[in-house]
Design a protein around this ligand. Structure first.
Ligand code: ADP
Length: 287
């Protein structure tokens, strides 16, 4: 049986005896998931991943956070994209995160009170590059999760490092994610790398919930018609290949890019993530 004929509705490989399936989850049992501190209670943890940088992962993470917060959910964002952190900028958070010897205090956005932790909230200036080696970066990601005083959260969204780097693997293996959202675009080059990320997730114990097709079209200002910039939308092919739903399709939109460039994502009024939120709410917490 090939991967695209997977008949396991939960995609968790239980009871499936197909050998050599590239989607098989095989997290070694000895890897213990990290847990947040005792004073933090997080209902669901969702990773947002993409194959490459610049695809809109942080944009999707922050707009999803805003939509969740608008519905009254308590939301936090952990910016695990340590070398390319952009969440604080998108949400206009410029305070310095501080901590005691036991805990890190997240910064909080002005309008919706979204809790944010990012390495950029700890650096001298946001232009300071992070020149740390992989194991140090992985340690920081783990510490962001375990040591941040998240308090009570309905959703913790993790803006993952792009691609299939060792840091992305650390997040998949160490953090008890309830699921992953894969951000792609219609471009074949992007979707090729997204496939690698889907296969990587398949080798850990984290279910991929679905795809977000970002920059999928441009809407004509005159007639409202959707203009497709690619002859074929490769995100659709990936969805079909791996039996995943496309949960949201976002346009490439000048208003949206201005909102993000100006740090005004909290002003975003769109409703692109309805289907994603419905799916997240329907997820049963394991264990
Ligand atoms: P990533 O996190 O994947 O590296 P970002 O979320 O930082 O990518 O997005 C890269 C740039 O593209 C940002 O300037 C962002 O504002 C812009 N962008 C992303 N998605 C859209 C969109 N749908 N419409 C307009 N601009 C977008």
């Amino acid at each position: 049986m090939s991967d695209n004929n997977c008949t396991d509705p939960k995609k968790n490989c239980e009871g499936c005896d197909v050998e050599n399936c590239s989607l098989r989850r095989n997290t070694p049992p000895q890897i213990q998931k990290k847990q947040p501190g005792l004073s933090s209670h997080i209902r669901k943890i969702v990773g947002v991943l993409s194959g490459k940088g610049g695809v809109g992962k942080s944009f999707v993470t922050t707009t999803l956070a805003v939509e969740l917060a608008r519905k009254g959910f308590r939301v936090g964002i952990m910016d695990a994209d340590i070398t390319g952190p952009s969440v604080p900028r998108l949400l206009n958070v410029h305070d310095r995160a501080y901590g005691s010897d036991k805990e890190i205090y997240p910064c909080v956005t002005e309008k919706y009170g979204i809790k944010v932790i990012s390495v950029n909230l700890m650096l001298e200036s946001e232009d300071t590059p992070v020149l740390w080696r992989g194991p140090i970066v992985s340690g920081i990601v783990d510490q962001f999760f375990t040591d941040t005083l998240w308090g009570e959260l309905d959703y913790l969204l993790i803006d993952m490092p792009p691609g299939t780097s060792d840091v992305a693997l650390t997040v998949l293996q160490d953090i008890p994610l309830d699921g992953l959202l894969m951000v792609s675009t219609p471009s074949r080059l992007v979707s090729m790398v997204v496939s690698k990320a889907i296969v990587m997730a398949g080798k850990t114990d984290v279910p991929v919930l679905g795809l977000v097709d970002n920059m999928a079209y441009v809407r004509c200002e005159e007639c409202g018609h959707e203009i497709h910039l690619y002859k074929e939308d490769d995100c659709e092919r990936i969805a079909e290949t791996y039996g995943l739903p496309i949960l949201a399709r976002l346009p490439l939109d000048a208003e949206l890019s201005s909102l993000s460039d100006e740090g005004k994502i909290e002003e975003y009024e769109g409703c692109f993530h309805e289907k994603t939120i419905e799916l997240l709410e329907s997820l049963k917490k394991e264990g």
